[in-house]
Design a protein around this ligand. Structure first.
Ligand SMILES: [Zn+2]
Ligand SMILES: [Zn+2]
Ligand SMILES: [Zn+2]
Length: 342
């Protein structure tokens, strides 16, 4: 009999349609690899050297306004530009390229340099949710924008160059890889089952309870059955919503609240300001309704066993498939216990 707590097995991700190898028997093996340096993160409320703090000059010479809530600006080193000329290359289907038009913006969550989502008040995070929503609508309304990706890299380990609480929004013409995979899977599930993939998945998770971490009136936070990163989580709206523009007032506050809860739990896990990449998946902004899309968020944190031991995706992961040792169920148990001690 297959025992998911003891036997090597692979798990299927119905959103990406990819597999992850789970090796639960390996969790006790000794670690002799890299130790990440623990950075005791004490930041000032205002840093005169920070290019995101109110009133400071950015690299291009533009000066930030003395903003008091959230603040959005065009990325000074944007990966996407709206004025990119159209064009294509295709040599026998082997050398293929096409121009990509887009816009990249930065969203400062707060004027306070020393805050994180975990340390902000729910009211302040709610302002960030409102800003994300208006940006999603504004960028999505542009004729050349079909996908709006909202995300945050938190911590130097995730490549965040500045501790000031901020995220990014990249909006572009073509669906990026992850959203394209999830879009196809949700559309085909919707057609085949006359229902929503994530509504049906969430119902299974609520019934089992094994992978749930915490919840409020509008959202569940859970470790997905197919998680790759040790403490990867998903935020899934309780009601079937296709995007932030669908949210009721209480759901906007609910998203702010669940973000705070999850990041507080993360910080408690290894007693460190927890690094992660986080972002939201919602319907494309191509003018169609997309009833198959269910709003959700993903947290991908790199830490594995302590503040100083991180997971790498290397050898087998790069050449074959992702692999994890600690099961999603035992990771969820640890986070759920920390939620209880909040
Ligand atoms: Zn700052
Ligand atoms: Zn749904
Ligand atoms: Zn997703």
């Amino acid at each position: 009999m297959l025992d998911l707590t003891r036997h090597p097995h692979r798990r299927y991700n119905p959103l990406s349609r990819e597999w992850v190898l789970v090796s639960p028997h390996r969790t006790d093996r000794p670690w002799q690899g890299q130790m990440e340096e623990v950075i005791r993160d004490v930041q000032p409320e205002f840093d005169p050297q920070c290019y995101l703090c109110p009133g400071n000059a950015r690299v291009g010479g533009v000066r930030n306004p003395p903003y008091t809530a959230t603040f959005v600006f065009e990325n000074d080193f944007a990966a996407l530009r709206p004025d990119t000329p159209a064009g294509k290359l295709d040599e026998g289907g082997l050398l293929v390229a096409e121009a990509e038009q887009g816009i990249a913006r930065v969203v400062c969550f707060s004027p306070r340099h020393d805050l994180t989502i975990a340390r902000m008040e729910v009211d302040g995070i709610r302002q960030v949710v409102d800003t994300w929503t208006s940006q999603y609508l504004e960028l999505g309304a542009l004729p050349f924008v079909n996908w709006v990706q909202i995300f945050e890299n938190r911590g130097a380990q995730m490549g965040a160059s500045n501790p000031h609480p901020h995220g990014q929004i990249w909006a572009n013409r073509s669906a990026p890889n992850e959203s394209r995979k999830e879009g196809v899977a949700q559309r085909e599930y919707h057609t085949d089952h006359a229902g929503c993939l994530l509504c049906d998945y969430l119902a299974l998770e609520i019934k089992s309870g094994e992978r749930l971490i915490c919840a409020n009136d509008s959202f569940y936070a859970l470790i997905p059955f197919w998680a790759i990163w040790p403490f990867e989580t998903m935020l899934i709206s309780k009601r079937h919503t296709t995007g932030m523009d669908d949210f009721k007032d209480a759901e906007r506050t609910g998203l702010a609240d669940i973000l705070k809860r999850v990041t507080i739990i993360y910080d408690k896990l290894f007693q460190v300001s927890f690094p992660y990449s986080m972002g939201f998946h919602q319907k494309p902004t191509d003018g169609r309704a997309h009833p198959e899309w269910h709003f959700h968020g993903h947290f991908y944190p790199p830490l594995l066993r302590s503040a100083t031991i991180r997971k790498f995706l290397v050898g087998y992961e790069l050449l074959a498939m992702p692999q994890r040792d600690i099961t999603a169920e035992s990771a969820a148990q640890r986070l759920r216990d920390l939620a209880g001690s909040a």
